[in-house]
Ligand binder design. Structure first.
Ligand SMILES: [Zn+2]
Length: 351
């Protein structure tokens, strides 16, 4: 066998070995260039020597060289595919997202505890058939005081520490004011609606008071008003007992004590049995078993007359619930200021 055949055998063995050893697509390209390059390739050069060989060898060598060339080409292609697929797998495993990982949690906002408590209070009375009414925060002296049986110079006005808007006056020339309670909504509603009336009026009220753990210059009330024929204190007690049980638990009790508010007669201070000690006595109720919760009473005949209702025919009850007071008691918060500072560490607990 001639030198050329030996050369061919060596190229064939070497090239297939180098192909299987190649670790990267670039190394494969180098093998391709070394044996099959158009000018310098070893197999290419060997084929170029064919014309100088004797005819019988020329044919045999040509066939074997072409076989070697095809075998190498197919080995190169196969190896290239396997290297590329290995590289792809590696890239994916290093950079791809793991779709089975839990996502980043979406931080959701929540209602402010005062909003939540206000909505809860309103919802209790809506279930009893009360409608929701609202009024403006800037009021006339008449709606805030006079129509509610606080005539001018009445001493009860002093207890309200009112913010007056001196440069804004009503039709009678009296300065407008920031409402000191939600009770003017009673007047507005009774002037525009006929009994039977059952409303709750939630909203902000304002008093010129120093801020401390139990006072603020702005706070929230839910006013209640029922006007119908034959309404008595028993109806008021029934409604407030239901309210207490819905807000503070099924065994809550209410207690009425006589009090004084100009627009009701009789005026009632309403206590609720302490939810923390079930009436046994604790720090929250100052060992009395009861907590002062709200003011109420039967609508004063002067108020009914003032809006054109006959007190001989109609009677009613009214109450004013302090939203902050309910929230503090419900959640055991002993400083009202926490509700206004809006520290998310505090607010987050109520979501
Ligand atoms: Zn208690």
């Amino acid at each position: 066998m001639s030198e050329s055949f030996e050369q061919l055998n060596k190229y064939q063995v070497d090239s297939l070995h180098e192909t299987s050893e190649a670790a990267t697509p670039e190394a494969l390209d180098a093998v391709h260039l070394k044996y099959l390059g158009r000018k310098e390739g070893l197999l290419t050069q060997l084929l170029q020597t064919l014309p100088s060989l004797p005819p019988d060898q020329r044919k045999e060598l040509g066939r074997k060289a072409n076989e070697a060339k095809r075998a190498l080409e197919s080995a190169l292609a196969e190896k290239k595919q396997s290297l590329e697929s290995a590289r792809l797998t590696k890239t994916l495993s290093e950079t791809a997202e793991d779709l089975t990982l839990p996502g980043t949690p979406l931080v959701r906002g929540g209602l402010h505890p005062l909003t939540k408590v206000e909505e809860d209070i309103v919802a209790v009375f809506q279930r009893l058939g009360f409608n929701v009414a609202e009024g403006p925060e800037v009021e006339t002296d008449d709606n805030n005081f006079t129509a509610l049986n606080h005539p001018p110079d009445h001493p009860a006005r002093d207890s309200h520490d009112t913010f007056y808007l001196k440069s804004h006056k009503d039709a009678a020339g009296a300065p407008l004011l920031l409402r000191t309670h939600t009770s003017p909504v009673q007047i507005r509603y009774m002037k525009t609606h006929k009994p039977p009336l059952y409303i709750v009026a939630p909203g902000r009220v304002f008093r010129h008071e120093a801020v401390d753990a139990t006072h603020s210059f702005v706070f929230h009330q839910v006013e209640g008003l029922a006007v119908d024929e034959g309404i008595s204190l028993a109806d008021l007690k029934g409604a407030l007992t239901l309210f207490a049980r819905e807000m503070f638990g099924g065994s809550a009790e209410v207690r009425f004590r006589p009090s004084y508010f100009p627009f009701v007669e009789p005026g009632i201070e309403v206590d609720i049995s302490c939810a923390f000690c079930s009436g046994k006595g604790c720090r929250v109720c100052k060992n009395t078993g009861w907590v002062e919760m709200l003011g109420a009473g039967l609508v004063h005949p002067n108020v009914l007359r003032g809006v054109g209702l006959d007190p001989g025919k109609f009677s009613g009850y009214a109450f004013g619930i302090g939203v902050e007071r309910v929230a503090m008691f419900k959640y055991g918060v002993d400083d009202m200021r926490l509700f206004y500072e809006n520290d998310v560490r505090f607010l987050r607990q109520f979501r």
